[in-house]
Design a protein around this ligand. Structure first.
Ligand code: ADP
Ligand code: ADP
Ligand code: ZN
Length: 208
């Protein structure tokens, strides 16, 4: 199973990170996520500016920067779950030129629920675990269950930036979803319900 190529699509807050981590653990896959890779290099100066200058405004980081991240990560992976990429049609084209896909899942979640999930999200700066102030609380408020670090709110999880990220999603990433739908490879998964419920919906397709 560990050479499967899985792509998880969905709007910001749909649960891509949450589900990708579980899929990676369950099926022994590499979790490849452009968001985490960019956050780890937020302040690195590139010829296109720092990733932070785009991320904190809710805009997409320029394609050459993210394409390079994905290329390197996929070269090192056998099986993988790709999360947060491709986010526009030119990234789709690039991805097609470097790999093939076995599964494309789209996590469907209504917009109001996305805003609630994102504005209440808390993350661990040390190990990357993610929580929610209401839907997925750690055992001790504000403290990571996995490693004990103090949880933080991402700079781009403020209501204003969340609205802009959703706008950017509709404009640039919905066409990506439509692209895979037209190709006939898209499996749409209901993204509401508990994380366990959603995981079972995805995993049952991969186990087949
Ligand atoms: P994405 O990577 O798609 O932006 P995340 O996996 O980070 O999404 O989830 C966004 C927020 O919603 C997090 O705070 C997470 O704990 C919470 N969350 C994830 N899945 C669910 C779910 N099924 N129901 C309620 N909240 C969820
Ligand atoms: P979410 O799914 O919760 O919106 P991510 O962690 O995937 O968040 O992405 C955070 C930010 O990182 C995005 O708003 C964008 O600025 C940048 N980013 C991540 N992936 C890409 C990508 N494939 N192309 C361009 N920018 C990206
Ligand atoms: Zn932690």
């Amino acid at each position: 199973m560990s050479d499967e190529h899985v792509l998880l699509l969905g709007p910001p807050g749909a649960g891509k990170g949450t589900q990708s981590k579980r899929l990676a653990a369950e099926f022994d896959l590499e979790h490849v996520t452009t968001g985490d890779a960019l956050r780890a290099n937020k302040h690195v100066e590139t010829e296109h500016g720092t990733p932070a200058s785009f991320m904190d405004a809710g805009e997409l980081v320029p394609d050459p920067v993210v394409n390079e991240i994905v290329k390197t990560a996929l070269e090192d992976a056998d099986g993988y779950v790709l999360d947060g990429y491709p986010r526009n049609l030119s990234q789709v084209e690039y991805l097609d030129s470097v790999t093939d896909l076995d599964y494309v899942f789209y996590l469907a979640v209504p917009e109001d629920e996305l805003v609630n999930r994102l504005t209440g999200r808390r993350v661990c700066p040390d190990c990357g675990a993610n929580y929610h102030v209401e839907f997925n609380q750690p055992a001790e408020e504000g403290v990571c269950d996995e490693c004990g670090a103090d949880l933080v709110q991402r700079d781009d999880d403020t209501e204003e930036t969340v609205r802009e990220r959703l706008r950017v999603y509709h404009e640039n990433t919905e066409p990506v979803v439509e692209h895979y739908r037209e190709k006939g490879t898209l499996v749409e998964v209901e993204g509401e319900g508990t994380p366990d419920d959603v995981f079972e919906r995805i995993a049952s397709e991969v186990r087949d």
